[in-house]
Design a protein around this ligand. Structure first.
Ligand SMILES: Nc1ncnc2c1ncn2[C@@H]1O[C@H](COP(=O)(O)OP(=O)(O)O)[C@@H](O)[C@H]1O
Ligand SMILES: [Mg+2]
Length: 254
């Protein structure tokens, strides 16, 4: 049985999408079967894989409206390796359409039921806001992986996420934080290292050893439509995400 992780943090710009994309493609490079699901109407993950969200026959939108159909019909392969359920531009409208539906937090969980055994890892990339898409991601995940940006207020963002996890536990009791990734580390400053130490003191072994540095290649790669491992294989960013993939395998390995 594979593992389903939601890359969650109720804040934009912390590296959720970059981590989903980079970690997912590194795991696929290592021979793992990976499915990525773009739950953000901004469709950054979809575009980062070189797919145009305005030009899709099926996307997560149709999956959420017809969860009994599963995800297979909306899943496509990518040149980067992982399979993808893309986000389309009409996804933003789904929020309203689903607002009156009973069990609307459980649609993705239901849709994934039949494919979980086909993948080693399913990575869910929600938007920053706590809406229907984030709740669907959390309710469908085995565990939450938290990208924590190493800046002065990093730890201040955790109580809100932990409160959200508590809320989702009412419908999905086994949900828990599966790991914390220190991201956007600035190696030139002591502050970054101080914050990292605080995060490790507070969360111990939940925190991955691997730290993701600020690396311009990671910011450039999405507009090339290539994953970091192809765009700049020798960059610090590529090496960090490769190390993170190995660490994840060691923890959850097969
Ligand atoms: N380690 C990094 N080094 C440099 N830029 C990064 C790094 N991680 C993310 N970025 C950039 O920061 C911005 C926000 O990252 P993103 O992964 O989209 O965050 P989120 O999905 O949490 O909103 C993007 O422009 C991305 O390219
Ligand atoms: Mg994102």
């Amino acid at each position: 049985m594979g593992h389903t992780f939601a890359l969650a943090m109720q804040k934009g710009g912390v590296g959720k999408t970059t981590t989903t994309l980079s970690l997912g493609t590194m795991l696929a490079d290592a021979g793992r079967r990976v499915l990525m699901i773009d739950l953000d109407p901004q469709a950054n993950l979809t575009q980062g894989l070189g797919i145009d969200p305005g030009d899709l026959e099926y996307s997560l939108y149709e999956v959420l409206l017809n969860p009994e159909r599963g995800v297979g019909f909306a899943t496509r392969s990518t040149t980067a390796g992982p399979d993808l359920v893309p986000a389309s531009l009409d996804l933003a409208g789904a929020e309203l359409e689903l607002s009156g539906k009973v069990g609307r937090e459980l649609l993705l969980r239901k849709a994934l039921r039949t494919v979980r055994s086909e993948y080693d890892y399913i990575l869910l990339d929600p938007p920053p806001s706590l809406g229907i898409f984030s709740l669907n991601a959390l309710a469908a995940a085995d565990a939450v992986i938290v990208p924590l940006q190493l800046h002065a207020y990093a730890l201040k963002a955790m109580p809100q996420l932990e409160a959200t996890i508590e809320l989702v536990k009412e419908i999905h009791p086994s949900l828990a934080i599966g790991g914390i990734i220190c991201t956007l580390a600035d190696r030139r400053t002591n502050l970054s290292q101080q914050i990292e130490q605080e995060v490790r003191d507070q969360y111990g072994t939940l925190v991955f050893e691997t730290v993701i540095p600020i690396n311009v290649k990671l910011a450039e790669a999405p507009s090339s439509g290539m994953p970091i491992g192809k765009y700049a294989p020798h960059s610090a960013g590529a090496q960090a995400y490769a190390a993170l993939a190995r660490e994840l395998e060691a923890r959850y390995g097969h």
